[in-house]
Design a protein around this ligand. Structure first.
Ligand code: KIV
Length: 271
């Protein structure tokens, strides 16, 4: 008999069962080992290695510049920190849009080199061939509709999507297409809550909302936003659970004062 306590891992099937049972799914982004370890132990169900790493880790204005190898580096670090969570790795801009062969090659590279459990890509009808190809290779795919940041230069702004009937109708059709193509879940980003509710009720796979209201099957937030590391980003949907910017600034100012005032290190903090 093993003395190790069995760890109940979250799988794509777990998420389907959670939706069926009406249990909400908690997802958060992470980009490194240390935070992934904390989130895994804190009870998060799904960790997204988001291409938002391009913004919050690398300081770019958009998600477009991050490369496949950079995403792989972040995902490898996250996977080393987790025991339990399902890890979803974002496919970066340029790694899947050209054709489904390139999409499959990128997804296989992510799975082989990171140890992650699934990939996420943005888009509806235009991404269906790639989704089918990746799923048929045995790789679980999460879809992403609504505000899809890799298309920011097409949209022009980061405002709420699918407020008009035509765009809302396309989104509903895309959601069904992605489900039929084999996606195990869908991110719905910054769309009206009523539309997200309708889509969530029409699908058997779970929806994970960000700025899409409380009737999605789960929620996702970018860790830097919900922990208050970012100060400039204040959309209505964001709930800040900490103000780490303030706390870290205070701690570091205290350290600087201690070093300059010769209070650190003290007798007990040396050999
Ligand atoms: O990259 C990311 O962080 C995301 C979430 C906003 C869903 O795609």
């Amino acid at each position: 008999m093993s003395i190790h306590k069995e760890i109940k891992k979250v799988t794509t099937h777990t998420l389907l069962k959670m939706k069926a049972a009406g249990e909400k799914i908690a997802m958060i982004t992470a980009y490194d080992f240390s935070f992934a370890k904390i989130f895994d132990q804190a009870g998060i169900d799904v960790i997204l290695v988001g291409d938002s790493a391009s913004n919050v880790m690398a300081g770019h204005q958009t998600t477009l510049p991050i490369t496949l190898d950079q995403m792989i580096y972040h995902a490898q670090s996250v996977v080393r920190g987790i025991d339990r969570c399902l890890v979803v790795v974002d496919m970066p801009f340029g790694s899947y849009q050209s054709n489904s062969e390139i999409a499959l090659a990128s997804a296989i590279k992510i799975m082989k080199e990171t140890g992650g459990h699934s990939v996420k890509l943005e888009g509806g009808a235009e991404a269906i061939d790639s989704v089918k190809k990746i799923v048929s290779a045995g790789i679980p795919v999460m879809g992403h509709l609504g505000l899809t940041p890799q298309s920011i230069y097409k949209f022009g702004t980061y405002t709420v999507r699918a407020k008009e009937e035509t765009e809302a109708d396309k989104l509903k059709k895309d959601a069904l297409l992605l489900q039929e193509a084999g996606c195990f879940a869908l991110v719905l980003e910054k769309i009206p809550a009523a539309l997200a509710k309708e889509v969530s009720e029409s699908l058997s796979i779970p929806t994970i909302g960000i700025g899409a209201g409380g009737n999605c099957d789960g929620q996702v937030l970018v860790m830097h936003d919900m922990l208050g590391i970012n100060t400039e980003f204040k959309p209505r949907f964001l709930r800040k659970y900490l103000d780490l910017f303030e706390q870290i600034t205070g701690a570091v100012q205290h350290y600087v004062k201690d070093v300059k005032g010769r209070y650190f290190p003290n007798e007990g903090e040396q050999y």
